[in-house]
Design a binder for this molecule. Structure first.
Ligand SMILES: Cc1cc2nc3c(=O)[nH]c(=O)nc-3n(C[C@H](O)[C@H](O)[C@H](O)COP(=O)(O)OP(=O)(O)OC[C@H]3O[C@@H](n4cnc5c(N)ncnc54)[C@H](O)[C@@H]3O)c2cc1C
Length: 441
């Protein structure tokens, strides 16, 4: 999972023009004001905003190519929320006002993605006019209806609930479709084109980007940071940690045991024919999640290929990957039996980031305020990570502008996980429990 030299065998890679690794690796001794570690949505948006809006001298160090991490290989759902806490749990923890602020941030993140596309001329194949959630079991429909009502009442998000029959008539049918909800927020996009577009925009505004520049050591010397890669050293006054699920232990002691990297997996089919689409009455361009805790997420791509994603596997080994591919192919065929024999064109996976507070961590270190961080989007970073990158840039520059403060639930680090080695097994146990719970309905 951490072989940064390996290109990702994704549908997105095959449908994106190569940038021929235009960002040279760091070499020799270099210096800058702000060094960003990680070239995904968080790091690239931070660099773009620092360079474009504040003319700050910024460099990005990325271990792979730009967007190599989760940003260039996700499902492309610009959706919400970036937390595993329910609305009720959020209100219990931070109160109604802060919960509303968090949801407002989630909507602002979606607007930001759209405007970055327009302002920076990034063509990321925008699709759809909202997000859909589907009850995977009859018992989940009532909860979906209540959730839709909550989203409208508390956060002003327009929703519409459909019975099973109505949903089949207007969106799609499947063996796990027992009614659905349309949320008038978000859309779908091509994530790798978005990441590469952000990189180009940041570089065009003066940020210096270095791909294939894994930070191996981080030293502190006479008031400055020294980030050491295989071939160079970058000295910086301030550092932004934007490594999310790919953060490895030992990068900086403050981030050790801070997160669980969880694997998310995706298969895509070859383009479906009109006749095949009709087998499931497929009529929507919107991205769809179902109500499983270990959710299935799926969408139709612009060329009518079908993308189907799922959580699972705790080892990340190639053998486990093969088993995951087989399991997902089987599950896709069970949920959409009309497509059982359609060949799979791509399988890939990546790491999402879970924190102990089950919500993002954004801020600066108390013991060293020259270090900033943003991570922990709980597999919901397409709208959240660019916003966090922008917010970090504004805070670093000391100009919050008109944008809102960081919502309380996202502020600061979460408590550490007690034992690093136990995290994987704890996750495995949670998966078993959720599978059992999801199957019961
Ligand atoms: C399969 C999959 C499907 C997903 N689907 C969705 C979805 O549909 N919608 C959604 O909202 N979210 C989705 N997500 C989550 C979303 O992709 C992430 O939340 C988001 O991309 C995080 O962006 P980031 O920039 O913080 O991290 P990343 O994009 O992961 O970037 C971190 C970067 O840091 C680099 N790095 C790590 N260590 C070092 C180091 N020491 N030195 C230099 N570089 C380093 C890595 O190479 C990596 O490129 C999905 C994730 C996965 C894996």
């Amino acid at each position: 999972m951490y072989d940064y030299r390996r290109s990702v065998p994704s549908y997105w890679e095959d449908t994106t023009e190569s940038d021929n690794d235009e960002y040279r690796p760091l070499a020799g001794d270099e210096i800058c004001d702000v060094a960003v570690i990680g070239g995904g949505f968080t790091g690239l948006s931070c660099a773009l905003h620092l360079a474009r809006d504040f003319e700050i001298d910024v460099r990005v160090l990325e271990a792979g190519s730009m967007g190599w991490g989760a940003s260039g290989r996700n499902g492309g759902f610009c959706c919400m929320p970036a937390t595993k806490l329910s609305v009720e749990q959020l209100i219990h923890r931070v109160g109604l006002e802060e919960t509303q602020k968090f949801y407002r941030m989630q909507l602002d993140g979606m607007h930001l993605v759209r405007s970055l596309g327009a302002d920076e001329n990034i063509d990321f194949d925008l699709q759809g006019d909202g997000n859909l959630e589907v009850a995977h079991h009859p018992s989940r429909f009532a909860g979906l209806t209540t959730h839709a009502e909550t989203l409208t009442r508390l956060f002003g998000i327009r929703t519409r609930v459909y019975s099973r029959e109505e949903f089949a008539e207007t969106h799609h049918d499947s063996t796990e479709q027992f009614g659905g909800m349309h949320m008038d927020a978000g859309f779908a996009l091509h994530p790798l084109r978005f990441a590469k577009g952000l990189a180009r925009a940041a570089a065009g505004r003066g940020a210096v980007l270095h791909s294939h520049s894994l930070v191996r050591r981080w030293e502190r010397e006479s008031g400055e940071h020294r980030l050491v890669t295989a071939r160079g050293t970058l000295r910086a006054r301030r550092v932004v940690v934007a490594t999310n699920g790919f953060t490895q232990e030992g990068l900086h002691s403050e981030f050790d045991r801070m997160l669980i990297p969880a694997i998310s997996n995706i298969v895509t089919t070859r383009p479906l024919t009109v006749e095949e689409l009709a087998r499931h009455r497929w009529q929507t361009q919107n991205p769809i999640c179902n109500t499983r805790t270990l959710l299935f997420y799926y969408r139709l791509l612009p060329d009518n290929s079908f993308l189907f994603g799922a959580r699972g596997d705790i080892t990340g080994s190639p053998q486990a990957g093969e088993r995951m591919r087989a399991w997902m192919t089987q599950r896709l065929g069970e949920v959409f039996p009309g497509w059982r024999d359609v060949p799979i064109s791509h399988f890939w996976r990546g790491l999402v980031c879970v924190t102990r507070k089950l919500a993002p961590s954004v801020g600066r270190l108390e013991d060293d305020p020259s270090v900033w961080y943003g991570f922990g989007y709980h597999a919901n970073g397409v709208n959240t990570a660019p916003w966090v990158g922008m917010k970090l840039a504004q805070e670093i520059a000391g100009h919050s502008g008109d944008s809102m403060e960081i919502p309380a639930i996202m502020k600061g680090l979460a408590p550490r996980f007690p034992f690093a080695w136990m995290r994987r097994y704890a996750l495995g146990c949670a998966y078993l429990y959720y599978r059992w719970q999801d199957a019961r309905g």
